[in-house]
Design a protein around this ligand. Structure first.
Ligand code: IYR
Length: 228
């Protein structure tokens, strides 16, 4: 029989199944992962080539392994394949983007976007096989219908999204992190409740055969780090 728990901090634990590798292997895994992730690019020219749903499902299960504040998993993923829904999302997003590019964006903002060649046209919202709308649950709702507090929502959903982007790339597909702004229209089109705020729209699929990407560079280690 288990000892009775009298200490409130003595919550139930299970042994940790840590996978230990020899140091040479750790080195080589770190380098290989880096080389693999270096090949990831955000693409905007998508093919309409099909992607099996089980691949998407496994990438989402991978995203759900993300750490989250108080282990609350404050995220919800809506996977959109239905052409009618995609059309509605494209129409709404292009309406907002038109506003953004013609009036809302500051000239300073447009200047930094110029090298990326983005504009208000978002054909990929219909071309790509899947859109994944990621929602952040800014608060929870318990069984009695009462609001419950969620902690570190942005950090948690940001990490889950990063893991999702990485899983999609590792699987051999491409993605685009798209943030039409504002994107509240996603709640209405995708029938999500008020406690969920659209966080990001991820476009997933294969690149078009003639896809091109901006000629940008990544930063060097010394530009992004300080060691003590
Ligand atoms: N949401 C717009 C603008 C845009 C903003 C940033 I910051 C980008 O890195 C890319 C685009 C759009 O999707 O076109």
């Amino acid at each position: 029989m288990n000892k009775k728990n009298t200490n409130p901090l003595d919550f139930q634990t299970i042994p940790f199944d840590f996978q230990e590798y020899p140091m040479e292997e750790i080195r080589s895994r770190a380098l290989k992962y880096y080389h693999n992730m270096s090949r990831r690019r955000t693409i905007r020219d998508f093919s309409n080539r099909e992607v099996p749903i089980d691949v998407i499902e496994n990438c989402i299960l991978t995203a759900d392994t993300a750490p989250s504040g108080a282990n609350q998993h404050p995220w919800h993923f809506v996977i959109v394949k239905d052409p009618k829904k995609k059309r509605k999302i494209r129409d709404a997003a292009e309406k907002e983007e038109k506003e953004f590019y013609s009036t809302r964006a500051t000239s300073e903002w447009l200047e930094v976007l110029a090298p990326l060649g983005t504009n208000e046209k978002k054909p990929f919202l219909e071309t790509a096989p899947y859109l994944i709308a990621i929602f952040a649950q800014i608060f929870g709702v318990n069984k009695k219908g009462e609001k419950t507090k969620h902690y570190y929502v942005n950090e948690s959903v940001g990490i889950a999204t990063g893991i999702l982007v990485s899983a999609i790339h590792y699987s051999g597909l491409a993605s685009l992190t798209h943030t039409p702004s504002p994107m509240k229209f996603l709640n209405q089109i995708l029938d999500r409740p008020d406690n969920e705020r659209p966080f990001l729209l991820l476009i997933v699929g294969y690149p078009a055969d003639d896809a091109r990407v901006p000629n940008i560079r990544r930063k060097s280690l010394s530009e992004i780090t300080t060691f003590f």
